[in-house]
Design a protein around this ligand. Structure first.
Ligand SMILES: [Zn+2]
Length: 511
C-alpha cells in the first residue's frame, strides 16, 4: 500500500474518535513548535469558511503568506517561423495557425484550448500544442499578473521616497481633533462589543493625519502595541508608506505584490515577533499574524481591490471588521466616498460615524454640477447610416457640457474628459435576433471599433470587420448601441472646433 504523508492543521481536539466512514490516520510529526494560527486567526478562519462557503482547509491555506506567491498565467505566442506560416498561404499548417491565432498576438491557454476544441469539431483533427511547440512554431510564455508593480517598487523609486524629508506632525484642525478624541477616549483596550468607526472625510480633509495621530496614541500607551493598516493595492507606493515610516522610523513593515516571497516572509515575521509595530499592506495583510494587535485601519474602505475574486472570494475590508470584532479592538474605516454598505451600517448605528467635512487647508471644494445624459438624443443609431459616414455622431451629451468645453477653450484653458469605455460603440445589436453580435470564442458581446468598421472581443482579442460579419444588405437590421472613447473623440472634434484633442486609451497609446 502507498503511504501518503500530508501536512494538516489541527483545528480542534476531542477525547473520542469521531464516527466517520474514512479511516483515521495517525500523526507522524508535529511540524511547528508554536501554532501558525493564533486562536483569533483560527476563529477568523472558521468564520471565513462558513460566511464565504469555502472549505476550511483551503481557507487556512489562503491565509498563509506562502500562498501569496505570484501566480503566473501562461500564454502562447507565434515564433518567427510561426509568423512565416501565418503569412504563407502555401503552407499546409496555415489554415490551422490562422484559426488558432486570428491575430498575431499571444493568446491565453484557455482561449487556445477552446479554439482547439472547435477545430476538432470542425475538422476532426486533434491539435497538439506540445507538437507545435517542439516544431518551433509556437512558444510558451509566462506572464506576471503583477506586471507594472515591479517598476513602482524599483530601488530608485524607494530611494527617492526615502529621501523625502521626515514630516513633522502638523497642528490638527478642530474637526480632526474632535474625530481623533472620539476614538482615543473610547480607548484601545480589548473590549467586548466594540463598534467599528466609519471615518467619512472629504478629499483633502486629512484622514491620513488622523490615522497617524491614532497610531501615535496607541504606541504611546504601550510601545508594544501593533497597528494594521490596509490600503488598496494601487495606493500602496513607496511615497505612501514613506509618510508612515518618516513619522515612525524603524517601526513600519510593508508587504506588497511586487515583493519576493522571502522578503515578504521576513516583513511578516518582523510583525509576528513585534520587532515592527505597524504593518501596511493590501487585502491579504488582513491575515497577518500579530503579537499584540491593538488598532486596525482600512483606508479607502470602498475600494474594489479589497475584494478577492478567485479562490477564496472575500472582501478584505469585511474580514478586517470581523477580525477587529474577534480581537475586540477598534477599527477605523476611512473614505471620501464610503461604500453603500458601510454608510448603511453607520446610519443603522452598527458603525460609529465620524465626519471630516472641511478640507485641512481650507481651500474650497471644486464646484460640482450633476448633469444627466440627454434622453431626447438616442443612445442607439442605425449601422447603415454609420457606414456611409453620414452625420451620425450625435451622442446623448447635454449641450451644457459642450458649451462649457467651448468656453474653456476660448479662455485658453485645458480640459479633461473621462469616458468609461474604449472603442467606438458598446456593441452592435441585431434587431432581427434581438441580441448583440457576440464573440464566437467567448460569447460575450463584441465591441465596435474604428468608426464602426471593426468588431473586437475585449476578452480574447478576436477581431473581424463588420463588413465580413454582416452582409451589406442586412446592415439596416443592426444598430450601434452606446459610445466609447473613440466616438467621444470624434464627437468633440465636431463639437469643440479648434480644440486639439488627444485621446489616451489602450487603443491609441502604445503600451
Ligand atoms: Zn472573445
Amino acid at each position: 500500500a502507498v503511504v501518503a504523508v500530508a501536512v494538516g492543521v489541527v483545528v480542534g481536539s476531542s477525547p473520542n474518535a469521531p464516527q466517520s466512514k474514512f479511516e483515521l490516520k495517525g500523526v507522524v510529526e508535529i511540524l511547528d513548535t508554536e501554532p501558525v494560527y493564533s486562536s483569533t486567526l483560527l476563529a477568523l478562519a472558521k468564520w471565513l469558511s462558513s460566511y464565504y462557503l469555502h472549505p476550511i482547509g483551503e481557507v487556512l491555506k489562503s491565509m498563509l503568506p506562502v500562498s501569496l506567491v505570484k501566480k503566473q498565467k501562461t500564454r502562447y505566442q507565434l515564433t518567427d517561423s510561426g509568423y512565416a506560416i501565418w503569412n504563407d498561404s502555401e503552407h499546409s499548417l496555415q489554415p490551422l495557425i490562422r484559426f488558432l491565432w486570428t491575430r498575431k498576438t499571444p493568446y491565453s491557454l484557455a482561449t487556445i484550448k477552446s479554439k482547439m476544441a472547435k477545430w476538432l469539431e470542425l475538422k476532426g483533427e486533434k491539435v497538439s500544442l506540445k507538437r507545435l511547440e517542439k516544431d518551433g512554431v509556437i512558444v510558451k510564455e509566462a506572464i506576471d499578473n503583477t506586471h507594472g508593480r515591479d517598476s513602482l517598487w524599483s530601488e530608485k523609486a524607494v530611494e527617492h521616497a526615502e529621501s523625502m524629508a521626515a514630516n513633522k506632525a502638523p497642528p490638527l484642525t478642530p474637526d480632526q481633533i474632535t474625530v481623533t478624541e472620539t476614538v482615543i477616549s473610547a480607548g484601545f483596550d480589548p473590549l467586548e462589543g466594540r463598534k467599528a468607526y466609519l471615518l467619512h472625510g472629504v478629499t483633502g480633509a486629512g484622514k491620513t493625519e488622523v490615522y497617524l495621530r491614532l497610531i501615535s496614541e496607541a504606541l504611546s500607551l504601550d510601545p508594544g502595541n501593533q497597528i494594521m493598516v490596509l490600503v488598496p493595492e494601487i495606493a500602496l507606493t513607496p511615497q505612501m508608506t514613506r509618510v508612515f515610516s518618516a513619522r515612525f522610523p524603524g517601526q513600519v513593515a510593508v508587504v506588497h505584490s511586487a515583493m519576493a516571497p522571502a522578503e515578504r516572509w521576513q516583513e511578516l515575521q518582523s510583525v509576528r515577533q513585534n520587532q515592527r509595530q505597524i504593518l501596511i499592506g493590501p487585502r491579504s495583510a488582513v491575515f497577518a499574524a500579530f503579537d499584540q494587535l491593538c488598532l486596525l485601519i482600512v483606508d479607502e474602505e470602498h475600494d474594489s481591490s479589497y475584494k478577492q475574486t478567485t479562490g477564496l472570494t472575500y472582501n478584505g475590508r469585511d474580514v478586517a471588521v470581523m477580525r477587529a470584532h474577534l480581537e475586540r479592538r477598534p477599527i477605523v474605516l476611512g473614505s471620501a466616498t464610503p461604500s453603500m454598505e458601510s454608510y448603511a451600517n453607520a446610519s443603522l448605528g452598527k458603525y460609529h460615524l465620524l465626519e471630516l467635512m472641511e478640507r485641512a487647508n481650507r481651500k474650497p471644494m471644486p464646484e460640482i454640477q450633476f448633469i444627466t445624459g440627454d434622453v431626447k438624443k438616442s443612445f442607439a443609431r442605425k449601422l447603415s447610416t454609420g457606414q456611409r459616414g453620414l452625420a451620425v455622431i450625435n451622442l446623448p451629451i447635454d449641450d451644457r457640457i459642450l458649451v462649457a468645453l467651448q468656453q474653456n477653450l476660448a479662455e485658453g484653458k485645458q480640459a479633461m474628459v473621462l469616458v468609461n469605455r474604449r472603442g467606438y460603440a458598446y456593441y452592435l445589436f441585431s434587431l432581427r435576433d434581438r441580441k448583440a453580435v457576440s464573440c464566437p470564442n467567448c460569447s460575450i458581446s463584441l465591441t465596435v471599433h474604428e468608426k464602426s468598421t471593426i468588431l473586437r472581443c475585449h476578452y480574447c482579442d478576436f477581431q473581424k470587420s463588420v463588413e465580413k460579419m454582416i452582409p451589406a444588405e442586412s446592415a439596416d437590421a443592426y444598430v450601434l448601441v452606446g459610445y466609447g472613447s473613440e466616438q467621444m473623440e470624434m464627437f468633440l472634434k465636431e463639437g469643440v472646433p479648434g480644440a486639439r484633442i488627444h485621446r489616451v486609451d489602450s487603443d491609441s497609446v502604445q503600451q
